[in-house]
Design a protein around this ligand. Structure first.
Ligand code: PCA
Length: 164
């Protein structure tokens, strides 16, 4: 059995609205490993009319973002890809992450869901170091079943030229 490591920074974290996706299918494996932080800085925003957290693939900008590293099997990884609509919406890629509690330890390469192509004006929004749906920003996440099916959140995120 192959295991994968995934760093989650948004609604997949413990206590957040999509954490249940880790145990969505029966017989899948997931295990919390450690609290992590991206080795490089990335902008983390809460965007679109549905207040969705996005890590923007723009290395070197903003914060070393905090999240949680999990070990998952291919079954769970496939479920997470469905939630994030990889590779049509978020794109899952490998990035270096450090253990927050073991700063002397070497970073490791783990999977993260990021937005690869985005409108530059998103960078003038509030850029967070970590995400919680319940923080004082008050930007409450809308789960998919509450959304307008005719609205594509990509239109608020992607540059015109990257919208199909
Ligand atoms: N879920 C993924 C990406 C953003 C989100 O809400 C995560 O928690 O990492």
């Amino acid at each position: 059995m192959t295991f994968y490591k995934v760093f989650v920074y948004g609604t997949l974290k413990k206590g957040e609205p999509n954490h249940g996706w880790f145990s969505k299918s029966t017989g899948g494996h997931h295990k919390f490993l450690y609290n992590g932080r991206t080795k490089e800085k990335f902008p983390l925003i809460i965007g679109t009319r549905y207040n969705i957290p996005f890590l923007l693939h723009s290395p070197g900008q903003s914060h070393n973002v905090k999240g949680e590293v999990y070990e998952v099997d291919d079954k769970v990884l496939a479920d997470l890809d469905v939630l994030e609509d990889h590779p049509n919406f978020y794109v899952r890629g490998l990035y270096e992450v450090e253990d927050v509690d073991q700063p002397d330890q070497k970073s490791e390469s783990v999977w993260i869901y990021t937005i690869r192509t985005f409108k530059k004006e998103l960078l003038s929004q509030t850029l967070f170091e970590s995400y919680s749906n319940f923080d004082s920003h008050g930007l409450k996440y809308h789960e998919r079943y509450l959304r307008d099916p005719t609205y594509d959140p990509k239109t608020d995120l992607y540059p015109e030229s990257d919208l199909q």
